[in-house]
Design a protein around this ligand. Structure first.
Ligand code: MRU
Length: 338
């Protein structure tokens, strides 16, 4: 029996509701977002997380934050939109979709500084994301050959976007076609997005799923148990370097060693042509308590939330417009027209 995975973001009659992903998989509860501070807090504390989802949440969060601002004064309206946008973008530094969404609303307000216009732009971002995820799935579903064993990391699933996910979109479409395959999910320390979120949503869908600790992937690959890895990303730089959840680089190195194809799936809005390489990306460093948990000795901690996988380790980047392969810098620019 399958269960519907709850939507990460709902927007109805001007009310923004964000699924509180910190409580999953055991509790399904929504936060009602009434102002910029609540939106900032929800993004910063990972109540809503995943690059496309935080872009959509920030877009609606901006619409909510702008609620009391008089549109009769266009200059003031634009200035307040910029101020609130900068504030929301400061909630997390690494995923490019956050700034991308805020800039889209600001660009719209340059032409049309009204509440109706920014609201329409936020709704368009949300609607486009649904089509984009489906497009990623269509582009990549043939990579999932019958009886394939697929490995994924973190959660680049339905919960990280509007629906279907990025890395998981080819899995959902393949499953809908009745194709048999199996998915290994890295638990993804320290916040367990794989164990809590990806395993939950794939299992809900009736997909064959097995949870593994992050340090088990090498052993599985050495036994020939993994045919393909697919992950999401928070930012792809101009040269095709991939910034994603900490541990992605480990996986890519292992795939290189064992000859397992390593794919990255993302909407074209996650491509950042203004940043030359992964070296220039600010990697979010989070609180030590996330790593220490209850059992560790109370020592100092490193907790970077993301790592950079060099383009040389990436077999292909799957977008809604097609799959870019090596040389990634040139082929991404050509595919995405940048
Ligand atoms: O810290 P998180 O949970 O926001 O990290 C999420 C990831 O790293 C995802 O892989 C990425 O945002 C892509 S989501 C489609």
């Amino acid at each position: 029996m399958t269960h519907a995975t709850p939507l990460s973001i709902t927007w109805q009659d001007g009310q923004l509701r964000l699924l509180d992903q910190r409580l999953l998989p055991h509790t399904v509860s929504y936060l009602e977002i009434e102002n910029a501070e609540q939106a900032w807090e929800a993004i910063n504390t990972l109540a809503v997380r995943g690059a496309p989802a935080i872009g959509i949440a920030a877009a609606y969060g901006l619409v909510v934050a702008m609620g009391g601002v008089d549109e009769a004064d266009s200059a003031h309206f634009r200035a307040e939109l910029k101020r609130n946008g900068d504030y929301l973008v400061s909630s997390r530094p690494t995923a490019v979709n956050l700034a991308w969404a805020a800039h889209r609303l600001q660009a719209r307000a340059e032409r049309e500084p009204t509440h109706g216009a920014i609201r329409a732009e936020a709704e368009a971002i949300h609607e486009e994301d649904r089509a984009i995820c489906r497009g990623i799935g269509e582009q990549a579903k043939d990579l999932i050959i019958p009886n394939a064993n697929v490995l994924t990391h973190c959660n680049a699933g339905a919960l990280a976007v509007s629906e279907l996910g990025t890395a998981t979109a080819p899995l959902y479409l393949s499953h809908a076609e009745g194709k048999p395959f199996h998915v290994y999910v890295d638990e993804t320390r320290p916040l367990m997005q794989g164990a809590r979120l990806t395993a939950f949503e794939l299992n809900n869908a009736g997909i064959s799923v097995e949870l593994i600790c992050d340090n088990m992937a090498a052993a599985l690959m050495s036994q020939g148990a993994v045919d393909l890895a697919i992950v999401g990303t928070d930012r792809v730089t101009r040269n095709g370097d991939v910034v994603n959840k900490i541990g992605t680089l480990n996986l890519a190195v292992l795939c290189g060693h064992f000859g397992v194809p390593f794919y990255v799936a993302c909407p074209s809005s996650t491509f950042d042509p203004l940043t030359p390489s992964g070296k220039e990306v600010v990697i979010e460093e989070r609180a030590p308590e996330e790593v220490l948990g209850e059992h560790a000795a109370k020592v100092s901690v490193r907790n970077p939330a993301f790592d950079v996988t060099p383009n040389s380790l990436v077999s292909g980047i799957i977008t809604e417009r097609g799959v870019a392969r090596a040389p990634l810098g040139d082929n991404l620019a050509q595919l995405l027209g940048t």
